[in-house]
Design a protein. Structure first.
Length: 358
């Protein structure tokens, strides 16, 4: 599993975001991209008032703005790098087409971190952590890795109370991964997370709980800055209570046993095609993983034997999850997707597996 922040570091960063964030509902008529590529807006009814603020885009909010403006992302990126005034002209034209549309703009540290629909429900990582951490700790789960990236929040846990052998000496430990996003990059997910103790590879199982961040429309005629309030906290309490209930239901041995049985079967499903380059390529295509450096990392892990996993489906799974932290240039988001790919390989049916491995 990719090393990230300690739980203390994560909590500190979430506290900082909670105290420094600023969220706005803006009619598009109040928005403008200036020639520096920044999003500028005013709190006044007069678009040209002196009370103007501006925020830079990060890569994620730039992606959202490109999609909203119907500008191909490659072209958006090229203009952002080479011709910001032309980019501004394109974006402002898109704004002019829907002046009454309202957007939720999430900002921090002088930049836009999310450019979202007004229907987006803000279920922030800070509040989520406050909700689920006591439940996890009380049940004996320990945080093994956590991170907050530009797009998502991750919390990966396991417990020594729930373990099993795949084969002699090859022990896996049960856990839960929580993933969410403050900026519309992911729905809230609670998923089984398994750690192979011999190498600390982590694998994400099928999504168990998924909740999109959508609420009722909050269309506004004028600009509104959204402040953290007790009212919002009370409105979210029922939802977070549902999360706690689901988390408790997820942390049951029978769910773990179901996945362990699949892993035992995988450890006895051989790779019969010894053109490993081809096998890895086909497997990557099957689980939608790309990248030459990732492929090299998977091949290297598969050839090494993966601490006894061998040339089997179990070995292939562990080659993907091993590459999630041995390929140096991977960011935490991409590394986590490789752990998710491991779960996808585990769930290949015999015909699918034969197509890539025989």
């Amino acid at each position: 599993m990719k090393h990230g922040k300690t739980l203390t570091q994560l909590a500190q960063e979430l506290e900082r975001i909670q105290s420094q964030k600023r969220d706005f509902l803006f009619p598009v008529s109040h928005l403008e991209m200036n020639e520096n590529g920044n999003i500028a807006f005013t709190h006044s009814k007069d678009k040209y008032s002196a009370n103007i603020e501006q925020f830079s885009l990060n890569s994620w909010s730039g992606n959202q703005l490109a999609q909203y403006s119907e500008i191909p992302k490659a072209y958006f990126d090229k203009l952002e790098k080479e011709n910001k005034p032309l980019l501004a002209k394109n974006v402002n034209h898109a704004f002019s087409k829907n002046p009454k549309d309202t957007r939720l703009i999430r900002t921090i540290d002088g930049h836009v971190r999310g450019f979202l629909s007004s229907k987006y429900r803000m279920l922030d990582g800070h509040d989520l952590l406050e909700t689920i951490l006591p439940t996890l700790m009380d049940s004996g789960f320990e945080v093994k890795s956590s991170e907050i990236t530009e797009r998502k929040l991750y919390l990966k846990t396991s417990t020594p109370k729930i373990e099993a052998e795949i084969k002699q000496g090859d022990v896996v430990q049960y856990g839960v991964m929580i993933q969410t996003s403050d900026v519309g990059a992911s729905s809230l997910k609670i998923e089984p997370y398994l750690t192979r103790l011999v190498c600390l590879n982590g694998m994400i199982m099928d999504t168990s709980f998924k909740k999109a961040h959508l609420g009722g429309s909050r269309m506004e005629l004028e600009v509104q800055e959204l402040l953290t309030s007790e009212t919002k906290r009370l409105n979210d309490q029922a939802f977070f209570a549902t999360i706690r209930d689901y988390l408790n239901a997820t942390m049951k041995p029978e769910i773990f046993e179901r996945e362990v049985n699949k892993m035992r079967e995988a450890s006895n499903a051989p790779i019969k095609n010894f053109d490993l380059d081809q096998v890895v390529e086909l497997t990557m295509q099957a689980v939608n993983v790309k990248g030459e450096s990732i492929k090299k990392g998977i091949l290297h892990a598969l050839a090494s034997g993966n601490e006894g996993a061998g040339l089997t489906k179990w070995g292939m799974i562990n080659s993907f999850t091993r590459a999630s932290y041995t390929v140096d240039e991977l960011d935490y988001d991409t590394a986590t997707e490789l752990e998710r790919a491991g779960g996808a390989i585990l769930n290949m049916n015999p015909t699918q597996w034969a197509n890539v491995a025989h």
